[in-house]
Structures are given as structure tokens and as C-alpha cells.
Design a binder for this molecule. Structure first.
Ligand SMILES: Cc1cc2nc3c(=O)[nH]c(=O)nc-3n(C[C@H](O)[C@H](O)[C@H](O)COP(=O)(O)OP(=O)(O)OC[C@H]3O[C@@H](n4cnc5c(N)ncnc54)[C@H](O)[C@@H]3O)c2cc1C
Length: 459
């Protein structure tokens, strides 16, 4: 039978859920509170025509579910694979890298990258190798290794790494920028599970650590094709449609109440709002169920993203760049990486920089944030001294990723809930990828499977 499903939130998780359910022949209405879709990957144009983004997004080669979706949309050519290197920029412009190229497949390409990197000293490299020996298990039995890693959620990565012989030099110069880029927190705060999961995937799959960029802005190059795919199959997307209440007197959803006063009725309901979103609308009496109560343990971290447009080229790196020497942990020159919407004839580099941790920048005026970031960029990249800043933009997100701190894994809910007609999607829900685009798309797939396997779909 054809089931009507209402999905709260049109981020990647909500849209991924919708795609799967529509393909299975069901009807879907997506309700999105913002005026545009995309959630944390959203982008829009300001009055000057500049494309702004919620944040800098890179797509790892191991995003199997994400790229399967992209193949369906027929937009694989919107993604530009970059050289298989992870570039670090040190104070004064010194460039080092983890270079995975020209050395066969996993795990040898990774060993070569760590042995040859100039980012850490020889002693740090030896201790790094020693600390990461447990990853060898994944080469023999990947699933068992991932299960072991899931059990490493009560300790920070820094503590785990030191306990296994790793050095402070590696934490400071190599792993902190990567931890900040992955979870917006440093190695002293991020769960070992989070970092080790990624390392394990990188150690086993050759192209997993290879980065792709969208060739332009997400709104035009990713979300519009997704919206077309959904609406062509009869899906309905309502933007500026904020769900104020999940109406429920017992253990069943009776409907959704929008801020506008409109009521939405369906056979099944999915929340694809992020952790902070579901916390706002979850019926209080459902907290008697541990799965819902534990969601309130998930805190969200702030992040700020700054764009700086220069009148000339200040970088020639067509890839993501990490740094341990500034308040931004990673950045890219979008005019090079994503030229379709970001290259402007007659202008130069457009640096997009992610300030982590974002906390100190939340109360700061946007012009001060831009000024502070520019001063750090000028120290980091002497190439900027020859060029003037043309424009800047700052986007602040007070609640972005959930805090991937030790002990949080047990609070991530499954996609099936004790409420028979209510399901969860979202990158914060249980799946092996961290709070990421792959996690969001995978969670949507798992959620759709849960809906399809439930009695609501078989009445
Ligand atoms: C700055 C930044 C950089 C990032 N970089 C990367 C990266 O490089 N690679 C990567 O893989 N991941 C990255 N991420 C993470 C990635 O963006 C997220 O994990 C992913 O987009 C989450 O998708 P989601 O659909 O689960 O949640 P969201 O994108 O948060 O979507 C939830 C949607 O629900 C809507 N909503 C909430 N409440 C309601 C309501 N009551 N009614 C109606 N609608 C509601 C919201 O408006 C939102 O659109 C980054 C995130 C940020 C913030």
C-alpha cells in the first residue's frame, strides 16, 4: 500500500529519506523551517551576488552512500576529485603534506604518507606508527576492528593516543587540526572512537582519504538536482514550514502542528531535524523512553565560517588546507577548488576558513571576526601581503555538529523508535560515520528501511 510520510527537516538526511521512500512508491512531504533546503550544507546568494555557505564542505572518497545518491541524480561530474594529499600550511607559508600518491593502495599509501611527511619530527613519526598499530587488525577483520573501536568511546583521542605511545608533537601539529576539521573540537576533547573510526576506514580503503569538492555552490550544484529528483517523483517540499509541535497524547503521533497553524496528517512521521532541532519539538511525555531522554545529552558546538575575497591570487593549492598555527583549522581557496560559482573574472582568491572552536567568535561583531581572521591569514600566508581584501563575509552557526565527546555514542538514537509511527533520521542518529554528510545520507537510508520494515508500511 502507498504510505504518506511527513518528514521534518530538508537537510541531507531528510532528503535522503525522501528519495528512498519515493523510490519505494510512497508519498513524501518534506517540511523545512528555513526558506531554503540543505540544512548545514545550505548556501545562498547575498545582495552583492556572492554565494555564502553554512560552512566549508569536502567530500571524502569513502562516502559510499552519498556518492550512490549522486550517481542517481546524474551529477557525478559536479564533484571535482583533488590530488590525494592532505596539505598543511605552517606559520610563514611553509607547506607540508600527507601525500598518499604514487605508492599503490591501502595500507601502503598511508604508511608512505606518514613516513614521508614533513609535518612532524622523525621521533614523532616513530611514536605515531607505534600508537596506530591497533589499526592493523582492521586489515585482517574490518568489522571486528570497527566493533573494537566503537568500544573506545569513553576516552579522548589524546588520552588514547598517549596511552598507546603517541607523542604530544603529533597531537599538536598533525592531529589537532584534523580533529578540529572533523568535529570542531581538539584531540583533548574528541572521542577516540570518532577519530579511530575515520583512521580505520582510511587505512583499509585506498581512496577513502581522497577529497572531492563540489565544482560550485551547494544550492545550485547539489540541492537543486536533489529537489528536482524528489519533486519529479511526486514528493512535496514545503520551505518556511516550521514544525512547532509533534501532536501526541500517548505513544503515537497524531499529527504535526506548524508555526503557521497548519496541521499535517500522515501515516508515518520522520524527524530529520538535527539533535538540537528534535530537542525543541519532542513531546515531553516521550522522555520516559530512554532513547528520547538520552538525545538531550547531545550538545551542539558553535562554528564560524569566514570568506575573504582578495584582488589577486594568494594561494595555488587546489585542495583543502589544514593549519595548526591559526584559529581556523582548515580552509580552501574556493576560487580554485569550486570555480563554477566562486571564480570571478578580474578578482583573485576566495579563502573560506573555518574558525574552531567557534565559541569565542559567537559574541564578536562580524567585522571584528573578519578583521581577526584576516590578520591571522596575513601571518600564515605571506603571499597575501601583495594583495588587498575586496570583500568579506561571516556566517555563524551557534549550533552545528553535536559534540563528539567521550561517552556520547550511547546517546545516539536508532532510526526506529518505541513510537510505532515515528522514526528518526539525521547524522546524529546511530551510524558508523561521524556527524558528516555521509552520516546524514546513510541515516536517511536506514530510516527509510525502518519505515518500510514497520507495520505502518504493511497495513
Ligand atoms: C561549518 C560546517 C562544515 C562542515 N563540513 C563538513 C565536511 O567537510 N564534510 C562532511 O561530511 N560534513 C561536514 N559538515 C557536517 C554536515 O554538514 C552535517 O553532518 C550534515 O549536513 C547534517 O545533515 P542533517 O540532515 O543530519 O542535519 P541538518 O543539515 O542540520 O538538517 C536538519 C534540517 O532540519 C530543519 N529543521 C530543524 N527543526 C525543524 C523544525 N522544527 N521544522 C522544520 N524544519 C526543521 C533545519 O532547518 C535543517 O534544514 C559540516 C558542518 C558544518 C556546520
Amino acid at each position: 500500500m502507498r504510505v504518506q510520510v511527513a518528514v521534518i527537516g530538508a537537510g541531507l538526511a531528510g532528503m535522503s529519506t525522501a528519495v528512498q521512500l519515493l523510490e519505494a512508491g510512497h508519498q513524501v512531504t518534506l517540511l523545512e523551517e528555513r526558506p531554503f533546503v540543505g540544512g548545514k550544507v545550505a548556501s545562498w546568494q547575498n545582495a552583492q551576488g556572492d554565494h555564502l555557505e553554512m560552512g566549508l564542505h569536502v567530500f571524502f572518497g569513502c562516502y559510499e552512500n552519498f556518492f550512490a545518491l549522486i550517481e542517481k541524480l546524474g551529477i557525478r561530474d559536479h564533484f571535482l576529485p583533488k590530488a590525494h594529499t592532505h596539505v598543511f600550511i605552517n606559520q610563514g607559508g611553509e607547506q607540508t603534506s600527507l601525500d598518499f600518491r604514487n605508492f599503490g593502495g591501502a595500507p601502503f599509501h598511508g604508511l608512505k604518507a606518514f613516513v614521508t611527511t614533513g609535518q612532524i619530527s622523525t621521533v614523532d613519526k616513530l611514536r605515531n606508527g607505534l600508537a596506530l598499530v591497533p589499526l592493523v587488525k582492521g586489515l585482517l577483520n574490518y568489522d571486528a576492528a570497527l566493533a573494537d573501536i566503537r568500544a573506545q568511546d569513553d576516552v579522548t583521542f589524546a588520552d588514547w593516543f598517549r596511552r598507546h605511545g603517541g607523542s604530544q608533537g603529533s597531537l599538536t601539529r598533525l592531529w589537532n587540526p584534523i580533529a578540529y576539521a572533523l568535529g570542531f573540537i581538539d584531540t583533548e576533547h574528541i572521542s577516540a572512537r570518532c577519530m579511530l573510526t575515520i583512521f580505520q576506514i582510511f587505512a583499509v580503503k585506498t581512496d577513502a582519504s581522497k577529497l572531492n569538492f563540489l565544482d560550485g555552490a551547494p544550492a545550485t550544484r547539489l540541492h537543486q538536482p536533489l529537489v528536482d529528483y524528489i519533486t519529479d517523483r511526486g514528493g512535496v517540499i514545503k520551505t518556511s514550514a516550521s514544525v512547532r509541535e509533534i501532536v501526541s497524547t500517548g505513544d503515537r503521533v497524531e499529527g504535526l502542528l506548524l508555526k503557521s497553524g497548519e496541521q499535517i496528517q500522515a501515516d508515518a512521521y520522520v524527524s530529520a531535524a538535527a539533535a538540537d532541532g528534535i530537542q525543541r519539538i519532542l513531546p515531553a511525555h516521550w522522555r520516559k523512553h530512554g532513547i528520547f531522554d538520552r538525545i538531550f545529552q547531545l550538545k551542539s558546538v558553535p562554528v564560524a565560517t569566514v570568506q575573504l575575497r582578495f584582488d589577486g591570487w594568494v594561494s595555488d593549492v587546489d585542495n583543502l588546507m589544514y593549519t595548526a598555527d591559526a584559529d581556523f583549522s582548515c580552509f580552501a581557496d574556493l576560487a580554485l577548488t569550486s570555480p563554477k560559482d566562486y571564480y570571478v573574472k578580474g578578482e583573485g582568491s576566495l579563502l573560506q576558513l573555518v574558525l574552531t572552536p567557534g565559541d569565542p567568535f559567537m559574541p564578536m561583531a562580524n567585522d571584528k571576526v573578519a578583521e581577526h581572521t584576516l590578520a591571522q591569514v596575513r601571518r600564515l600566508l605571506p603571499s597575501t601581503h601583495k594583495h588587498s581584501l575586496l570583500r568579506w563575509n561571516v556566517v555563524k552557526l551557534a549550533r552545528s555538529l553535536y559534540l563528539e565527546a567521550p561517552g556520547m555514542e550511547r546517546n545516539r538514537p536508532s532510526q526506529t523508535t518505541p513510537i510505532p509511527n515515528f522514526f528518526l533520521a539525521g547524522s546524529y542518529t546511530a551510524q558508523d560515520y561521524i556527524d558528516s554528510m555521509e552520516g546524514a545520507v546513510l541515516s536517511g537510508k536506514l530510516c527509510a528501511q525502518a519505515v518500510l520494515a514497520s507495520p505502518v508500511a504493511h497495513r
